[in-house]
Ligand binder design. Structure first.
Ligand code: ADP
Ligand code: MG
Length: 388
């Protein structure tokens, strides 16, 4: 998906105010009635509709008049709100090129005033299943209890919380910088995903390090659940960094052993195939093969890590249940709100959006105090908020 941040430069305070009003209205409306948006935004000099037309032109909102005149946020609109908040907080000042397209995320380079480059991950949870639900759109429309917007926000919150906790426990993960809505900012890892690496100086050492990480995670009460060559970064010195945590589970999860074995198996398979490590040769011998793999039952695990360490982060047990239900497919597609287009969002009764109120206040007040603080978000004078 294209993220044309140039548009940000031309959005006025009123534009952001109205965009935030749409977001707030979506807490209990699939389509937010235009007059409600007007009331929430309460622009000093009126003119909400004109602003909405501008937002529509930039595809930040979607217009729907099938039942009544109203608007909803698009993914792009949600991206802009998160980016604006990050910029207001001084986390970064510019958005650069896209460096990754994950299964369910888009990753961009961002940089701050010192020129430090970081990675920004915009979660798009459920993106891969958009197409599947598309055909059921009409049927689904009024049945949603979960939605992509909410799930993407939870995924970001979980990823941020885990990254921080893992870092504190000395795991090689990116430095977690900040999180807002569906957006996580972290340090940029120099290097490449292991899947792109064709040769290693010391494949055995790298292999042992990686298997050691899976074991150490389990000792800390955690299983990555997607520990494979796509989520392991490796630099020129063959230093390993693990990424991508929204699907991690506790060792007390009912399928913990299966997830643990799967992570281990992925690594064994990959290193056997790509780097011809010798265990692959004896893998026909079932006994040998099994004895060479760390066994889940023999690891001394410290369950409770999840609860203890993550409670302080604002990521709750209920958040964990919600996201896990989705990831494991317990949430029927029928329970999930549909999306008409990758970049558009459609939703009824968004759960868990109370914090948005704070974000809005924080964002507006900082904006008032500091004016248009940063380069990419500087707006021209009112009246020019049209074409870039
Ligand atoms: P997804 O959950 O969608 O799989 P990932 O977190 O795995 O997303 O990121 C997708 C890709 O983006 C990675 O394979 C990697 O190439 C790149 N990437 C992600 N995080 C970083 C980072 N902190 N530094 C550098 N590249 C990153
Ligand atoms: Mg990934």
């Amino acid at each position: 998906m294209k993220l044309d941040v140039d548009v940000l430069r031309y959005l006025s305070k009123d534009d952001f105010r109205v965009l935030t009003a749409v977001e707030m209205g979506m807490r209990n409306h699939e389509i937010v009635p235009s007059d409600l948006i007007g009331r929430i935004a309460s622009l000093k000099h009126g003119g909400t509709y004109k602003v909405l037309k501008n937002l529509l032109k930039h595809k930040l909102v979607h217009h729907d008049s099938s039942k009544y005149d109203g608007f909803r946020l698009t993914y792009l609109g949600y991206d802009f709100l998160a980016i604006k908040t990050m910029v207001n907080r001084g986390v970064f000042t510019a958005v650069g090129r896209q460096i990754g397209v994950g299964k369910e995320s888009d990753i961009f380079e961002v940089s701050n005033e010192d020129g430090t480059v970081m990675a920004m991950k915009l979660h798009r949870l459920g993106r891969t299943s958009f197409r599947a639900v598309k055909s059921k759109r009409d049927y689904l429309r009024h049945r949603s209890s979960f939605n992509w917007l909410y799930l993407s926000r939870l995924a970001a919150l979980k990823e941020f919380a885990f990254m921080k906790a893992l870092e504190e426990h000395g795991f090689p993960v990116p430095n977690a910088v900040d999180c807002n809505r569906h957006c996580v900012v972290m340090s940029l890892i120099q290097g490449y995903p292991l899947v792109q690496v064709k040769q290693l100086q010391n494949p055995e050492t790298v292999f042992e390090t990686i298997i050691g990480l899976v074991v150490r995670l389990a000792e800390h009460g955690l299983i990555h659940c997607d520990f494979n060559e796509f989520n392991i970064m490796i630099d020129d010195d063959e230093k390993v960094t693990m990424i991508d945590f929204p699907q991690m589970v506790s060792v007390s999860h009912r399928n913990a052993q299966m997830y643990f074995d799967r992570d281990i198996e992925c690594i064994f398979k990959f290193f056997g195939k790509r780097f011809n490590l010798s265990f692959e040769e004896c893998s026909d011998d079932i006994d040998d093969d099994e004895s060479s793999r760390p066994s889940f039952s023999s690891i001394t695990k410290t369950a409770g890590f999840l609860d203890k360490e993550l409670a302080a982060s604002g990521f709750t047990r209920k958040d964990e249940d919600d996201i896990q239900k989705f990831i494991e497919g317990d949430v029927e597609e029928d329970d999930v709100s549909d999306d008409e287009h990758d970049s558009e969002l459609c939703q009824t009764n968004i759960k868990g959006f109370d914090s948005l109120h704070l974000d809005q206040e924080e964002s507006t007040s900082r904006c008032n105090e500091e004016g248009q603080v940063v380069e990419i978000l500087q707006s021209p004078e009112v009246g020019q908020s049209g074409d870039p």
